[in-house]
Design a protein around this ligand. Structure first.
Ligand code: NAP
Length: 333
């Protein structure tokens, strides 16, 4: 019997790839850059499954060429790069990699929170350009966290992990319930977080730090726009470790330059890898190149989970972590 063919769109850690190669013929695009779209379209027509990254646009145009594909296994938890409706029409399973990256991403969120409130990157830059003239009592003063309010938008796995860490810093936690949860009347977490649900405007007005951990959807696109930023305190910080387009970057740069908010910590951007030029010369923003889940252990676990999902589907079993919209798809026999 011929082995199933799997397209892997990017160089992944060796161990998960070896596991995949034991059962499948692997067509690996062994580069660190995204596969060109024309090549992706050409290759998806010849395989049974695709293991891809968030930078691969698995849109309708690509999925319609995926004649024999049974599985699209994203190596990320956010799957806004995949057209889920188009996948459903062709009964293609789509899987993501939840949980295994929660701690790494929550830790990186805290690196940004501490980095911006204690001016870590600013101090580093100052020393490197020879600008440190000696200890001064009123120099590079930041903000404390104890007693302050952390407002979380996207109180899912990562949002809650960020909130758990906030308790150790003595912060009060508030969050925006998703519209689904608002509809279902779920209003409170009972896992010891003591988190209070708040409507959007009140959360924006009263939080000292607003942390974004929602998925990118039509509802969350530019959720943080000029109006939302204008609600924030002048002393407040915005942290985005979700997806770039959740924030209107032009509006954010304006608010930061005018000191209408105190600062921001960004791991994601609207047009990656391009970062809006207006952000680059601002000292009150910490910029990271989308490294939320970037640890050796986590990236290996993500790749392994994507491979496990792919093999499950190709072997006629349910995947371990299908995206919630497609859990009802039939198992291939
Ligand atoms: P998750 O467990 O699904 O959490 C997302 C939460 O956001 C859910 O509780 C969801 O509520 C809520 N939500 C959805 N729409 C909302 C809205 N309009 N307003 C308020 N809340 C809303 O996902 P996760 O594992 O925590 O990951 C969250 C996101 O982080 C991913 O989608 C991804 O884009 C991003 N991420 C980024 C990095 C990075 O490297 N920077 C790494 C990992 C993840 P419902 O469940 O009720 O819909």
């Amino acid at each position: 019997m011929s082995r199933p063919k799997v397209l892997v769109t990017r160089l992944l850690p060796e161990k998960p790839l070896d596991v995949l190669r034991e059962q499948c013929a692997v067509d690996l695009y062994d580069k660190h850059d995204p596969m060109p779209r024309e090549l992706l379209i050409d290759k998806v027509g010849k395989v049974d499954a695709v293991i891809c990254l968030l930078t691969d646009g698995m849109d309708r145009g690509v999925i319609e060429k995926a004649y024999s594909v049974r599985a699209i296994c994203d190596v990320s938890v956010g799957y806004n790069n995949v057209d889920i409706a188009a996948a459903r029409e062709r009964s293609i399973w789509v899987t993501n990699t939840p949980d295994v990256l929660t701690d790494a991403t929550a830790n990186l969120t805290w690196a940004l929170i501490l980095g911006i409130t204690r001016r870590v990157a600013e101090g580093d830059r100052l020393i490197r350009r020879g600008g440190w003239t000696g200890f001064r009592f009123d120099f590079l003063l930041g903000s404390d966290l104890a007693g302050k309010r952390l407002g979380i938008i996207g109180m899912g796995r990562i949002g809650q992990a960020v909130a758990r860490r906030a308790l150790a810093f003595g912060m009060e936690i508030v969050y925006l319930p998703s519209s689904r949860k608002r509809r279902r009347g779920v209003s409170r977490f009972d896992d010891g977080l003591r988190a209070t649900p708040l409507p959007f405007d009140e959360l924006m007005r009263t939080s000292d730090i607003v942390a974004l951990h929602c998925p990118l959807t039509p509802e969350t696109h530019h959720l943080i726009d000029d109006r939302a930023l204008s609600l924030m305190k002048e002393t407040a910080y915005l942290i985005n470790v979700a997806r770039g387009p959740v924030v209107d970057e032009v509006a954010l740069a304006k608010a930061l330059r005018a000191r209408r908010i105190a600062g921001a910590g960004l791991d994601v951007f609207e047009n990656e890898p391009t970062v809006l030029a207006d952000l680059l010369d601002l000292d009150n923003v910490v910029l990271l190149p989308h490294i939320g889940s970037a640890t050796v252990e986590t990236r290996t676990a993500m790749a392994q989970l994507a491979v496990d999902n792919c093999l499950a589907i190709l072997n006629g079993k349910r995947p371990l972590t299908p995206v919630p919209e497609l859990t009802d798809l039939p198992v291939y026999s």
